[in-house]
Write a protein of this length. Structure first.
Lengths: 427, 106
């Protein structure tokens, strides 16, 4: 067994990747032009996994777990640390209840709280609420208007849905929507002190609102919240920030921790799907004609424009593979989006092809950590599109181009202007 | 007797596979080894994604699903009394006769 020599690997920057969507596309064309290198490294000498087969192999390996909160924010748990809260504290406060920072034995029972709340059947029962929100959001748009589909539609539907589901008032929905926008800074490749300040404020306010939501839900005997509370009570695992994680201290903490992607990333899925369909008019026309093809179209759109470019994992134990060993304690950058653009898994990866075989997608990760919110995210995108069709709203590209956020670990549109025409006014 | 396939699989589009010899293991690995490639199994066989949902139509000799499998099955729109997660079903050394249908995608 040879130890994987990460320092000698080519750097991400050698292949031109500095973050953001446009940059990512160029990176993929370059890196997939040859079967080597198999791996890359970040500027901090962390391993980068980007080929489809490796993403699935590493993703499903029990040795490759989540990055524990104590490794993400080491200063936070140091003995005798100053009681002063350093920048980034409030982010850590929320994230430490996210199952994305948990490993066994906490990961399984905590994850099941979310899976049982947001499984396909449960999410199916939430679709009417989502439709109601989407109907209002899309109904407000006037014939002949030019709108930003990101803010006016995708974010409005997604934030409106969670807010209604979680008993937030309209005013609170506006506030939490702004927090979700601010959370975009979390995924910048180089976060500044100002970013941390904005993020701390956004996370604190967002957590306060979701704590309120949990109290309201429990007071109203909301079955989902009662279930989360009951499951939480049963978890009896000592806190261990350096490997296992910290048991969430309340239902509000569970919601806040695990809905960051609910409020933020799900809106990217909706916007990116619109982007792909507008960019492929024949695909948009085809799904309008045959709405039962919508799920496949969304899957293919999210293959092309996956919301998450990269997220980190962590080697809990030495990982042996192909005569190599990746030692325990290594942080690993998983470029999930690249798995969808690897031509060995998806030939002609930049072409929209609704008929292509879909196994092997890495949009939502792979393995035991595969995104537990994916059914909710996809349902919101589907309902939004169905509502555009139901209201006979035509969306066309506007004069100004869509813009993607550069230097980012998300594949996120900052603005997506579109012109709207509708058959009838939905007053 | 030997002409009776031990495992009869029906895919989503109605295509069929007959498997009369397989090594003991999880139903998921048996199906994969037999070339049934339409099961996404996104979590890699960890009872965490339910994309290996199948209907097992002759289940007499199979152990009952455990709590975690039952909970995952309860999240599925297409759940029926025959529902199982292929990754959680252990099949012996070719002794059982099973009819398996791949469940629709959720
Ligand atoms: C719709 C767009 C979304 C995308 C593209 C997405 C993508 C991802 C990816 C790539 C991972 C990493 C999985 C891995 O390491 O294998 C992940 C994990 C996670 N996602 Fe999502 N996500 C989305 C929406 C959501 C939503 C709506 C929620 C919550 C309601 C959510 C909650 C989570 C959580 C809690 C994890 C950590 C899972 C674990 O470690 O077990 N995500 N997601
Ligand atoms: S493969 Fe994921 S539950 Fe069976």
């Amino acid at each position: 067994m040879t130890e994987l020599d990460i320092k000698s690997l080519p750097a991400l920057s050698d292949y031109g990747f500095t973050g953001g969507r446009d940059n990512f596309r160029v990176f993929c064309r370059k890196v997939f032009a040859a079967p080597e290198p198999r791996f890359l490294r970040t500027a901090e000498n962390n391993l980068v996994v980007f080929r489809n087969a490796d993403l699935i192999r590493f993703g499903t390996a029990p040795e490759i777990g989540n990055q524990p909160i104590g490794r993400m924010y080491p200063a936070r748990f140091k003995q005798g640390a100053s009681p002063e809260r350093p920048p980034g504290w409030e982010i850590g406060e929320v994230i430490s209840s996210q199952i994305f920072t948990f490993n066994p034995p906490l990961h399984g029972p905590a994850r099941r709280m979310i899976l049982n709340w947001l499984g396909p059947k449960q999410v199916g029962q939430m679709a009417e609420l989502a439709r109601d929100v989407a109907r209002t959001v899309i109904g407000r748009i006037r014939d002949g208007e030019t709108v930003d589909l990101v803010e006016t539609v995708a974010e409005a539907v997604v934030v409106g849905f969670w807010s209604r589901l979680l008993y937030l008032t309209d005013e609170e929905a506006v506030v939490i929507g702004r927090c979700a926008q601010d959370m975009t800074r979390l995924f910048r490749t180089n976060r500044s002190q100002e970013d941390l300040q904005v993020l701390d404020k956004a996370f604190a306010e967002y957590a306060r609102l979701l704590h309120l939501a949990s109290i309201r839900g429990l007071e109203r005997s909301d079955p989902a919240m009662l279930e989360i509370a009951a499951r939480l009570k049963e978890i009896d695992i000592p806190d261990d920030p350096y490997e296992v994680g910290l048991v969430p201290k309340s239902v509000g903490a569970v919601l806040a921790g695990n809905l960051v992607d609910g409020f933020h990333t799900a809106a990217l899925a909706a916007a990116n799907t619109l982007y792909v369909l507008l960019d492929t008019p024949e695909a948009l026309a085809a799904v309008r004609r045959a709405p039962d093809t919508l799920p496949r179209a969304i899957t293919e759109a999210l293959r092309l424009e996956p919301p998450v470019l990269a997220l980190n994992r962590y080697a809990l134990r030495d990982f042996h593979f192909d005569g190599l060993v990746l030692p325990a304690g290594n942080k690993i950058m998983m470029m999930w989006a690249a798995g969808n653009h690897d031509p060995s898994a998806f030939p002609e990866p930049e072409r929209f092809d609704i008929g292509r075989p879909q196994p092997g997608l890495t949009t939502f990760g792979s393995g035991v950590h595969i995104c537990p919110g994916r059914h909710a995210g996809v349902m919101l995108t589907r309902v939004m599109l169905e509502e555009f069709f139901a209201q006979e709203v035509e969306i066309g590209k506007a004069g100004k181009p869509a813009e993607w956020i550069p230097d980012h670990f998300m594949n996120q549109l900052s603005v997506f202007p579109a012109s709207i025409s509708r058959a009838e006014r939905g007053d | 007797m030997t002409d009776t396939p031990r495992l009869h699989v029906t895919g989503r589009d109605g295509s069929t596979w007959q498997i009369d010899a397989y090594a003991a293991g999880s139903l998921l690995s048996i199906l994969r080894d037999a070339g049934v490639d339409e099961i996404a199994a996104l979590c890699g066989g960890n009872c965490s994604c339910a994309t290996c949902h199948v209907y097992v139509e002759t289940a007499a000799r199979l152990p009952e699903p455990g709590l975690e499998e039952r909970e995952m099955l309860d999240t599925l729109v297409h759940q029926t009394p025959l529902s199982r997660l292929a990754c959680q079903v252990t099949v012996g050394d070719g002794a059982e006769l099973l009819r398996v249908r791949i469940a629709p995608e959720e």
